[in-house]
Write a protein that binds this ligand. Sequence first.
Ligand SMILES: NC(=O)c1ccc[n+]([C@@H]2O[C@H](COP(=O)([O-])OP(=O)(O)OC[C@H]3O[C@@H](n4cnc5c(N)ncnc54)[C@H](OP(=O)(O)O)[C@@H]3O)[C@@H](O)[C@H]2O)c1
Length: 310
Amino acid sequence: MRTSFFNFFNKCIPMNQIVGWLDFIDYACFSNSFCFVEIEQPISGFAVAKVVDSGHPDFKKGDLVWGRRVGWEEYSLVTTPECLFKIHHTDVPLSYYTGILGMPGITAYFGFYDICSPKKGERVYVSAASGAVGQLVGQIAKLMGCYVVGSAGSKEKVELLKSKFGFDDAFNYKEEHDFDVALKRYFPEGIDIYFENVGGKMLDAVLLNMRFRGRIAACGMISQYNLHQPETIQNLTNIVYKRIRLEGFVVVDYFDQYSKFLDFILPCIREGKIVYVEDIAEGLESGPAALIGLFSGRNIGKQVVKVTDE
Ligand SMILES: NC(=O)c1ccc[n+]([C@@H]2O[C@H](COP(=O)([O-])OP(=O)(O)OC[C@H]3O[C@@H](n4cnc5c(N)ncnc54)[C@H](OP(=O)(O)O)[C@@H]3O)[C@@H](O)[C@H]2O)c1
């Protein structure tokens, strides 16, 4: 059955391979479920929307929803209602359902708790730490009583990590010539948990600095998506000697646990225990530049495209 939506927000996710833009169909890096680009069709991704018409028994006119497989357009015809969640809590900004209350939030929460098996006092490193996922991982790890260091690509973002998100420390990876040296400065006793968002040279340096029985949650590898030749990882033997667990995951596997996540995150937002920074681009026409900006770090916080006020 088909349902029509009026879109409020579209979400920029750094999974599209921009180099493949003109390919017939360019599936995203992790699975075909996040976002894909088809020539002469709107980009498909995550959005927050209102139902304007519905032939589906579970959705009625006026319902607010968030979910995937929605076009970057003002009105969308959605034929996959199973990819949508109804919005029941509107005392928080609606745009949050593209971020902290949506896909990035679920990624951060289950990626950290389920894949990293954290313990109080452990040393946690987060890369791309000021982004949609990273800023939440850092704050959740702090709530858990961990020591948390993040890296980001500008002085402003480093300040944000320390002053707004409460990271214990942070550094600008673009100012570091040797990531191994930088990591040893912030983790003289090594890293227990690495929340991996960037891959490549950073992952290689992290492997040298992991502690015995450390865990790496392979969430994403944004530094590699647009390379014709991915970088080689040279320090993999550390996984063996140090008994490191490196595990990839994809957020869709956790969508059935959304209500458990909401029970955790909504009180955190309402009580101010977790804050969220968004970077809102105005108007659909600003969408392509906003998406491309993710790969140069132009965004500060979760990149969202605002389609309309209503
Ligand atoms: N596994 C899953 O299910 C899942 C779900 C969602 C997202 N992800 C992945 O998680 C990662 C973070 O996603 P997000 O939504 O939180 O993105 P985001 O932080 O909002 O945007 C991407 C950020 O990555 C940084 N970046 C870009 N190119 C980089 C490079 N070459 N080296 C290092 N940093 C670079 C930039 O910040 P700087 O200024 O700091 O460089 C940019 O702002 C991505 O790899 C994404 O693909 C995975």
